[in-house]
Design a protein around this ligand. Structure first.
Ligand code: ADQ
Length: 493
């Protein structure tokens, strides 16, 4: 295949193959994309994570373990309006159905468009005629529009990692039309679930009088695009392997030693209001209340590394969680045990695998989640001879695939409490039967299958493709920048 250019807001330093045993805390997605980039000798482009006083468009290129990364710094104002603003205070809450937390600030939208344009201008000199470009997530929806405006005619695909919300929520965005119109500059749109796909189609068909072409593409704004669901997976075999690694086993032994005579329930989430952390704690509290006989036999380990700490809604959530956990522990702790252990740090992947394996129950209760990889990681880390039980919110994309989990509504403390009782009492044959079906799905629909499905759909023939306009010749300034492309080639070589 041609070269692959991956574009995402942050470029995760790709873990080297020697780190494959889980040393890195970089997630499976970064591993999979890095592997794809090695295979297709591509480039990973995005924000460096650093800010400068003035935007210069200066690219920093590196080659690490077979992957070329190209990053650019952002101006402080851009960072505030684009990243903390439109991405994390507008699109993230809205797409997770939290209209109450959504900021409709015009300057955020302007910053978002400006940064996408700056990213596109910085990336453009690196693009060669046969490159295939894969843009990731809600930070970068207008990337293709900006690239097309600069004459880029390459195949460009987009994958949305978070849910696409219902029509009535999208229209609360003051500039929803241009946002959706920008999606029609992609050749392929990927969503996590059929539900998100249908919500997107619903908007297109009813809000902007779009239609479906004979070839099955969506047509609106005088353009066509293909849209499909590509549920993301994890590197299941790698997780299943590292759960038996020395580091994972050490963590597993430690966890067991610290929970003698008690069954551990685990929650692992970025500290985010979409993850249903408060609802989970209230459900656990209900369980403790309703099952006095079980109180000394169960403990909840909640791991929640801080995230987006500069955004007020995250600071508020953090202090509410501190209060809630304090209240529950205050009410139910005894001098020799505490019901909830709460940790705000990150762990290596092999350590997480050990923690998952030691937990009799994986409690995953998001109020909305594009997919939720933790649910799949929990399944992949279990001991096949004595697997734990997964309790999963019906509002996680993963619930569409992991039907053999105990599916609950996270808004109901009673449902969480009942599912906990049921999980803790579940006999081995039922646990095994459920786990085998779950693992089969996690293993078959893994991250490599996801990536290959998307890339092959993106590179396949488009049924309704109209002639794309020929690439516009480069202007003087751009020609200078084109020299960078040769630099990129040299670095890759
Ligand atoms: P996230 O919202 O970040 O991802 P999730 O899918 O659960 O949610 O992925 C979190 C990742 O972070 C997992 O790989 C997990 O292991 C890791 N992680 C969490 N806590 C950790 C800790 N303490 N230490 C180390 N690692 C930790 C977004 C969407 C999801 C979608 C993914 C992928 O919101 O719905 O599943 O992208 O598309």
């Amino acid at each position: 295949m041609s070269r692959l250019i991956v574009v995402s807001n942050r470029v995760n330093p790709p873990p080297s193959p020697e780190q494959g045993d889980g040393e890195s805390s970089v997630g499976g997605l970064a591993m999979a994309l890095a592997a794809a980039l090695r295979e297709y000798s591509g480039i990973w482009f995005g924000w460096s994570g650093k800010t400068t006083e003035k935007f210069t468009g200066q690219l920093s290129m590196q080659r690490v373990d077979g992957v070329t990364t190209a990053t650019v710094d952002l101006e402080e104002g851009d960072y505030q309006e684009y990243y903390n603003g439109y991405a994390n205070k507008t699109l993230w809450p809205l797409f997770h159905y939290r209209v109450d937390l959504t900021a409709y600030d015009r300057s955020f939208g302007e910053g978002y468009d400006r940064v996408n344009k700056r990213f596109a201008e910085t990336l453009r000199p690196l693009i060669e005629p046969d490159d295939v470009i894969w843009v990731h997530d809600y930070h970068l929806i207008p990337m293709a529009r900006e690239l097309r405006r600069m004459g880029v005619t390459n195949r460009i695909g987009f994958f949305l990692h978070i849910p696409w919300p219902a029509h009535q929520l999208v229209v609360t965005l003051p500039r929803h039309r241009p946002l959706v119109e920008a999606m029609f500059d992609y050749d392929l749109l990927g969503f996590q679930t059929e539900e998100s796909l249908q919500a997107f189609e619903g908007y297109v068909l009813s809000e902007v009088s779009g239609s479906r072409t004979k070839g099955g593409e969506l047509k609106a704004f005088g353009k066509t695009t293909r849209a499909a669901a590509f549920p993301i997976g994890i590197d299941a075999d790698d997780f299943a392997r590292i759960k038996d690694s020395p580091r994972a086993s050490k963590v597993y032994d430690r966890m067991l030693a610290h929970s003698v005579f008690r069954k551990m329930v685990v929650g692992v989430d970025r500290l985010d209001y979409s993850k249903g952390l408060e609802e989970r704690l209230i459900g656990f509290e209900r369980f403790l209340h309703d099952n006095p006989g079980m109180r000394r036999e169960v403990m909840l380990l909640q791991i929640a590394p801080l995230s987006r700490d500069e955004v007020e809604a995250y600071q508020d959530l953090r202090s509410r969680l501190d209060g809630l956990i304090g209240r529950i522990n205050g009410a139910y702790a005894e001098m020799d045990f505490t019901p909830i252990r709460y940790v705000n740090r990150s762990y290596r992947r092999d350590e997480l695998a050990g923690i998952y394996r030691a937990a009799k129950v994986g409690l995953v209760t998001p109020l909305r989640d594009g997919m939720n990889l933790v649910a799949k990681e929990y399944v992949a880390s279990q001991d096949p001879e004595d697997p734990g039980v997964l309790i999963l919110s019906r509002f996680a994309g993963a619930a569409r695939q992991l039907k053999d989990a105990l599916i609950i509504n996270p808004n109901s403390p009673e449902e969480i409490s009942d599912a906990l009782s049921r999980s803790l009492a579940m006999d081995l044959p039922e646990r095994k039967r459920r786990w085998e079906a779950l693992f089969d799905n996690v293993q078959t629909r893994d991250v490599t299958a996801w990536r290959d499905d998307f890339v092959s759909a993106l590179t396949s023939e488009r049924p309704d493709q109209e002639e794309k306009p020929a690439a516009r010749p480069l202007e003087a300034g751009e020609r200078g920048a084109k020299a960078l492309s040769s630099l990129a080639r040299e670095i890759r070589a």
